[in-house]
Design a protein. Structure first.
Length: 382
């Protein structure tokens, strides 16, 4: 058989898979959704702010409707004593207070919050442009209420939301009031609305930027308050909070172990090399302990040369096995300086008191130290 007659029976090679970026329309849509529905609140204080804002919106809407009622009843205009306008205002006057019956605190934490405000502004826009049309169109002063509604939006909505509502208001005015005969005054009004939308969007962007900076500063402060400044790992305060959570999780069958690690011979490092040498060793121990556990576990410095570890365990990997690994990690980085670790182990049990749990681990750790150090002890070994 010649080479030409040989048939390649290998399966055809699959075409190389290439990662495709989302289409332009999808990226734009994702950006719009993120901009329009960015979270309004992430904490109780911010939730309270938005609830107050909703209540203020109800008050402003009621006062605006009552002002229009007075305008219809008391002024000599095309809308004088207009039953159509009064009927159109009745649902707004009666319906706005119903907003206060909604679960506003829960709504402000998810997409329901922005949706509420968008629907609210859209409904107000429809009412304003209709009563403006019935009052004579572009010559009516009632169209000024759109500026009031957009100002409220600038204080509440994201910049995307402000632009969206400003465009909706302008388009609604064009369709309901100006068309089919576009007037000069109407054109000027829409241009003014466009410029006002830009100004409101800028004000909204600045407001949200200030809020974002405040949130970032608060997170930085919380991180600093929960971090040991020397080693960069969690401090005692943060560790006790996580230990408290672990006790609650134990009630659901989550197995966790607490290990207290106290360094043996650390004072000699300070005496021989000064505090700078001691600080470097503490940093090295923190790194070694962190490398001996999983990323989901917690390594903290409680103070001085005492560390704590909170880790998940199971049948295949017990607390004593973890403690032995921690002891070995300290011996590896501190052996040259004569530093080892005394480790005390305590299993986290359902219903534990955090102070009692710490006391059990602390007593086990001191038993290790009293026995000569560089060893592991658990309450079960007593």
């Amino acid at each position: 058989m010649t080479e030409a007659a040989v048939v390649d029976r290998r399966p055809p090679r699959a075409p190389a898979r290439t990662e495709t970026r989302p289409g332009l329309a999808r990226r734009v849509g994702a950006a719009l959704r993120a901009g329009l529905y960015r979270p309004l609140a992430g904490d109780d204080d911010r939730v309270a702010y938005w609830v107050r804002h909703a209540r203020l919106g109800v008050l402003v809407s009621e006062l605006a409707c009552l002002a229009v009622v007075g305008y219809v009843l008391l002024t000599d205009t095309p809308a004088r004593h207009s039953a159509v306008i009064l009927v159109a205002l009745a649902p707004v006057i009666l319906g706005c207070p119903l907003v206060l019956l909604l679960p506003l605190r829960a709504m402000m934490r998810d997409s329901r919050g922005p949706t509420l405000f968008y629907l609210w502004s859209a409904a107000e826009t429809v009412v304003v442009v209709l009563v403006t049309r019935w009052d004579g169109g572009s010559s009516s002063p009632l169209d000024a209420l759109l500026f009031l509604a957009l100002t409220y939006a600038a204080v509440a909505y994201s910049p995307y939301g402000v632009v969206l509502m400003g465009a909706f208001m302008t388009l609604s005015y064009l369709i309901a009031v100006e068309l089919p005969d576009l007037t000069t005054s109407g054109s000027f009004y829409m241009v003014s609305m466009g410029f006002f939308t830009i100004v409101c969007a800028m004000a909204s962007a600045n407001s949200w930027a200030v809020y974002d900076r405040q949130v970032e500063l608060m997170r930085d402060q919380e991180l600093l308050a929960a971090t040991d400044p020397l080693t960069g790992i969690p401090n005692r305060r943060a560790f006790l909070e996580r230990l408290h959570d672990a006790v609650h999780a134990a009630a659901w069958g989550h197995q966790t172990v607490l290990c207290l690690v106290d360094l043996d011979g650390f004072k000699g490092v300070n005496d021989a090399g000064g505090h700078a040498a001691g600080d470097e060793l503490l940093k090295a121990v923190a790194r070694a302990l962190g490398g001996a556990v999983r990323e989901t576990d917690t390594v903290a410095r409680l103070g001085g040369d005492e560390f704590a570890v909170l880790a998940d365990v199971d049948v295949a990997f017990s607390g004593e096995m973890l403690a032995e690994r921690l002891r070995g990690a300290v011996a590896a980085v501190g052996g040259a300086s004569g530093v080892t670790a005394s480790v005390g182990v305590a299993e986290v049990e359902p219903g534990d008191d955090v102070e009692d749990l710490m006391h059990r681990a602390d007593a086990a750790m001191y038993r290790s130290k009293s026995a000569g150090g560089n060893r592991v002890t658990s309450p079960a070994a007593y």
